[in-house]
Design a protein around this ligand. Structure first.
Ligand code: C5P
Length: 221
């Protein structure tokens, strides 16, 4: 059966500031969405790529990704994923990788690890340990949260398509979910952790763009 990648790029991206939603902004000349797309499209284990974009930005996305299959997003990440999944039904897809456009630097080794893990699990999620001290409370000066039982959850998250479809169908409409692994686990699915990568850190704020520009300039000097 086939393996699909679903890139979710339908967010407003407003925390980064600027006129363009962040996924369309360039990093060292190449739009973030294009970088995420190229990373999955170039991987030999991925047979098809779908990109979920806001209906308002369809023309912009089509200009950046000529020939790519675009699907309209929803008002939350969860709805955007669900819209994308609907377009994967009845196309011979067995496994799907869901990836945030907000993570434009996707090392192929992470895709390898996720795909290998799917041989023995319903889902696979890249994670990293938490390095910083975390504090809790309204003024953020409350308890320090122990880090040993915490992880940073990244994407791409891989699933057997039937499992992810079932999890989305069963999820309460009024409840938000920020990733797909929690949804599959809720239905009793077995999700395993694989090693993530700091390259996958989300580009969220204006200074993240500056840091990404600087990193690429360093690497390609
Ligand atoms: O806002 P945040 O960075 O958490 O969003 C994670 C990913 O989900 C982004 O790539 C964003 O474009 C996507 N998203 C979406 N549809 C929404 C909200 C977010 O595709 N309604």
């Amino acid at each position: 059966s086939l393996t699909a990648a679903l890139i979710v790029a339908a967010g407003s991206g407003t925390r980064a500031g600027g006129a363009l939603p962040k996924q369309y902004r360039p990093i060292a000349g190449t739009p973030m969405l294009r970088r995420a797309y190229d990373a999955v499209a170039a991987h030999a284990g991925i047979d098809m790529v779908l990109v979920v974009v806001s209906a308002d930005e369809r023309d912009r996305a089509a200009a950046i990704l000529p020939g790519a299959e675009l699907v309209a997003g929803g008002s939350s990440r969860r709805e955007s994923v669900a819209n994308g999944l609907r377009h994967l039904a009845d196309r011979g897809v067995g496994r799907v990788l869901v990836h945030d456009a907000a993570r434009p630097f996707l090392p192929p080794a992470v895709i390898d690890r996720v795909l290998v893990a799917l041989d023995r699990a319903d889902g696979a999620v890249p994670v990293l340990p938490v390095a910083d001290t975390l504090a809790r409370g309204p003024d953020l000066l409350g308890d320090v949260v122990p880090r040993t039982d915490l992880a940073r959850i990244q994407t791409p998250q891989g699933f057997h398509l039937e499992r992810l479809l079932a999890a989305h169908a069963a999820w309460p409409a009024q409840e938000e979910a920020t990733d797909d692994a929690q949804m599959v686990r809720r239905l009793g699915g077995r999700v395993v952790l694989v090693q993530g990568d700091t390259m996958l850190d989300k580009v969220t704020y204006a200074q993240d763009f500056d840091a990404a520009d600087a990193r690429l300039a360093w690497e390609t000097r």
